[in-house]
Design a binder for this molecule. Structure first.
Ligand SMILES: *Cc1c(COP(=O)(O)O)cnc(C)c1O
Ligand SMILES: [Zn+2]
Length: 422
């Protein structure tokens, strides 16, 4: 296959300095770990040479169909698992007959390891192996790690995972099954983050950790590419994104941004970052008049473990996503997340984990607050409910018939773009 990867530069979000890829590792050397980098491509050339119609004939699979917007120099180490190419469903009347909001569900629970994190981990292993790394490591509350373990297993790559002891057992089982080396950390995510960072510096391992590794947004952004392609380049009005570290939200913005530079879409949708009330740093920072550094870190207590974060590590990209798209941050209660998870599962058959269901809880709240909007809204269902079954099993789990007494099943249709086949 002809190598279609393109040259790119890395630009710091804080100081605007630009670097060639070989000059930096994961973040801006000047601003240190706060200096998140953007990979910027030669958009004018791509615009001339890469018509969107050619995607239909592209030989690569899943997320690699957009390889010209990927920061790699070779196709050699792409994991063989099919990542991306997830369905976009259009449930009918999911919000009830009265609602004029048209809902679309991007179902990332179908990824190889069960979450959107596969898009980032697939890029991480390819990037690591291209850089000559023999070991990859990550600190994670669960999904990033199970994704890295799965992608590594597919390539026979040694991987080390720093996992808080409190991580859901389903995710830990997955990593063990994939043969990862697991370091159980007594403490929260922040402790795992530090331990992983220290080990990578000491042993020269490749660090996939979100917020350290600026490349992760370049993998996750492909979800926005697929949404646009599945809608025949008609962008939705709103995209609801669950927010923990803020990486997914920042990445979704970057995906739309790239396509706007190419002229493939005409605008960026309003991005709605949804946080749990008990883990709402971004929401508080966004509402406040003070600079983000002044926002207090509060120990997070949400049951939605994948969005339960004291200090979002990708907060700069997340804040930019919302401000530049004229979107907003909102918060939802744990009870509404559990109820939304049950409603989505029972109404559509799409089975979300709590973190993912927060996007739907956000949409339900938004629809209540804006009863008259006629808009198209995508909810990103970022991970599978099988990854943390406790919310469906506990005594307090909301059965839809109790929470929604007039619950009626809805019908799913699938939106498929030309050229995308399962
Ligand atoms: C990681 C994750 C999130 C949150 O993504 P961030 O990039 O941390 O904001 C949401 N849902 C699921 C299922 C996740 O795994
Ligand atoms: Zn910088």
């Amino acid at each position: 296959m002809k190598n279609s990867y393109r040259e790119y530069v890395l630009q710091c979000l804080v100081c605007d300095r630009s670097y060639q890829p070989h000059e930096v590792s994961y973040f801006c050397p000047h601003c240190k770990v706060d200096g998140a980098l953007d990979a910027l491509y030669d958009y004018p050339t791509l615009r001339r040479e890469w018509p969107k119609e050619s995607l239909a004939h592209h030989q690569a699979r899943g997320m690699w169909r957009y390889d010209r917007l990927m920061p790699l120099s070779s196709t050699q180490f792409i994991p063989p698992l099919l990542v991306g190419n997830t369905p976009l469903y259009a449930p009918i009347d999911l919000l009830g007959k009265g609602s004029r909001i048209k809902v679309l569900i991007k179902d990332e629970s179908r990824q190889p390891t069960g979450s959107l994190k596969d898009r980032a981990s697939a890029l991480a292993v390819a990037h690591a192996m291209q850089s000559g790394a023999r070991t990859v490591a990550v600190a994670s509350t669960g999904n990033a790690a199970s994704a890295l373990a799965g992608m590594s297993a597919s390539l026979g790559l040694h991987n080390v995972i720093y996992l808080p002891r409190s991580a859901p057992r389903e995710k830990r089982a997955q990593m063990q099954g994939y043969g990862a080396e697991i370091v159980l950390v007594d403490g929260q995510y922040d402790e795992a983050f530090e331990q992983c960072l220290n080990a990578c510096e000491r042993y020269g391992w490749y660090n996939r950790t979100t917020g350290i590794n600026s490349y992760m947004s370049e993998g996750k952004k492909t979800v926005a590419f697929e949404i646009c392609e599945q809608l025949h380049w008609q962008v939705p009005d709103l995209v609801f994104v669950p927010v923990g570290n803020g990486c997914i939200l920042g990445s979704v913005y970057k995906g739309f941004f790239d396509l706007l530079q190419l002229g493939w879409i005409e605008r960026i949708p309003r991005l709605i970052g949804v946080q749990a009330e008990q883990s709402n740093f971004m929401y508080r920072a966004w509402r406040s008049d003070q600079p983000m550094q002044q926002t207090e870190r509060i120990a997070p207590t949400s049951l939605a473990s994948s969005i339960n974060v004291a200090l979002p590590r990708d907060r700069l990209k997340a804040m930019r996503a919302v401000t530049a798209s004229e979107g907003e941050f909102m918060c939802v209660s744990d009870a509404s997340i559990v109820a939304a998870a049950s409603k989505l599962a029972a109404s559509t058959g799409v089975f979300p984990e709590a973190g993912a269901a927060s996007a739907f809880a956000g949409l339900l709240k938004y629809a209540e607050q804006h009863p008259d909007t006629a808009q198209t809204a995508v909810i990103l269902i970022t991970g599978s409910g099988l990854k943390d079954t406790s919310i469906f099993l506990s005594d307090t789990a909301a059965s839809p018939s109790r929470v929604f007494p007039h619950h009626v099943p809805v019908t799913l249709t699938e939106t498929l773009a030309q050229g995308i086949t399962a």
